[in-house]
Write a protein that binds this ligand. Structure first.
Ligand SMILES: Cc1ncc(COP(=O)(O)O)c(C=O)c1O
Length: 366
């Protein structure tokens, strides 16, 4: 048996006629940039996220970049965020000439320690970016208290909810999503969205998305080309009605892994992610002893896994001048050394999951 980390062909096969028709509709219209598919998707995602506005952009990275631009983050500003995330979260801060201020994560959730983040706020802090990592909503309340703009990096968390039902992306000033193909709602290429319920901010984001242009060929501010393609929007509009079902299937798979790992008596070697309501499991990430050897063993038995992320951002070469030494953010460093993502995609079968857990058990028994 082989178990890939992700099988996008299985999902496409399940909705091929609808996808193909939507793509053909855009081709027939020859309307490729913004237009009705993009505005349709914007309205649908905004409603899905319980926000008033959605602004489609070219990627999750551009969503974060334009969100920071919209609130004037630039040289001299500090932005508080987590070091245990995909590079884009901090890359956009640095690209604007601002300084990422990293705070450590909670070991149980892998998300930024919200109390530590609130404690890292200074007179220079212009924004806080929590990341709902792997599809689990990060603690938000302490972040919202100082009154500093909070931009949710919800790239991995569309449709995720916190304990009381708040939807990812709707709690801060803006929420940023990625439609990278491996996300729970993935396009056929890059794509992203910013959601907000502030109409003035929504207008500013729309203008920044087209080079700061309003009206045509008149530029009050410098923006960029952050536009979302109509082809991507059309594909995503077909997929959106299926999203909750796919996320429920991921949750079911997560529960099944927890049961199988428990039955295999692996508690001393493997720690599965906590069972919390509202998690949408973009990734199912375990802590594993002898992680790298386990990954190699699984690879040799045709089980795909991934290490998200082997080097926390405060230890990346490009951020060396920020001065974070080894051991400065120990929980992020420990997570980077211990974690491994197992296949969790919706179409994964019970047999495949049993195979994965059997191989894990074999590795630790052998
Ligand atoms: C947490 C996080 N932030 C930002 C991004 C950037 O999104 P994109 O790849 O669409 O630019 C990603 C996606 O990989 C991500 O996982």
């Amino acid at each position: 048996m082989s178990v890939p980390l992700l099988d996008l062909k299985a999902q496409y096969a399940s909705i091929k006629p609808q996808i193909d028709a939507a793509v053909q509709r855009v081709i027939d219209s020859q309307y490729f940039i913004l237009g009705p598919e993009v505005s349709g998707l914007e309205a649908e995602i905004a409603a899905y996220c319980h926000t008033a506005h959605g602004i489609g952009v070219a990627s999750g990275t551009d969503a974060l970049l334009v969100a920071l631009m919209a609130i004037g983050v630039g040289p001299g500003a500090e932005v508080v965020t987590t070091p245990y995330t995909f590079f884009a979260t901090a890359g956009v801060i640095a690209r604007l000439g601002a300084r990422p201020v990293f705070v450590d994560i909670e070991p149980h959730s892998f998300n930024m320690d919200a109390e530590a983040a609130a404690g890292a706020v200074t007179a220079h802090t212009r924004a806080i970016i929590p990341v709902h990592l792997y599809g689990r909503v990060a603690a938000m309340e302490p972040l919202l208290e100082p009154g500093i703009p909070v931009i949710e990096d919800a790239a991995q968390a569309i449709g995720a909810r916190d304990q009381i039902g708040n939807v990812a992306g709707s709690m801060g000033m803006m929420g940023c999503f990625s439609f990278f193909p491996s996300k729970n709602l993935g396009g056929f290429g890059d794509g992203g969205m910013v959601v907000t319920s502030d109409p003035a901010l929504a207008e500013r984001l729309r203008i920044l998305r087209v080079h700061g242009m309003e009206p045509k060929y008149y530029h009050q501010v410098v923006g960029g080309n952050f536009r979302l393609d109509a082809l991507q929007a059309a594909v995503l509009r077909v997929k959106l009605p299926f999203l909750d079902g796919w996320s429920a299937a991921r949750r079911r798979n997560a529960d099944r892994y927890r049961t199988l790992l428990h039955e295999a008596r692996l508690a001393g070697s493997v720690v599965p992610p906590e069972d919390v309501p509202g998690h949408i499991y973009n990734q199912f990430v375990i802590r594993a002893s002898r992680r790298d050897q386990l990954q190699a063993y699984l690879r040799s038995h045709a089980v795909g896994t991934e290490i998200y992320y082997p080097v926390p951002l405060h230890r990346q070469a490009c951020f060396a001048d920020l001065g974070y030494g080894t051991g400065s953010l120990p929980e992020a460093e420990r997570a980077a050394a211990e974690t491994l993502a197992l296949p969790i995609y919706p179409e994964l079968t019970a047999e495949q999951q049993e195979y994965v857990v059997d191989r894990i058990a074999e590795f630790y028994q052998g």
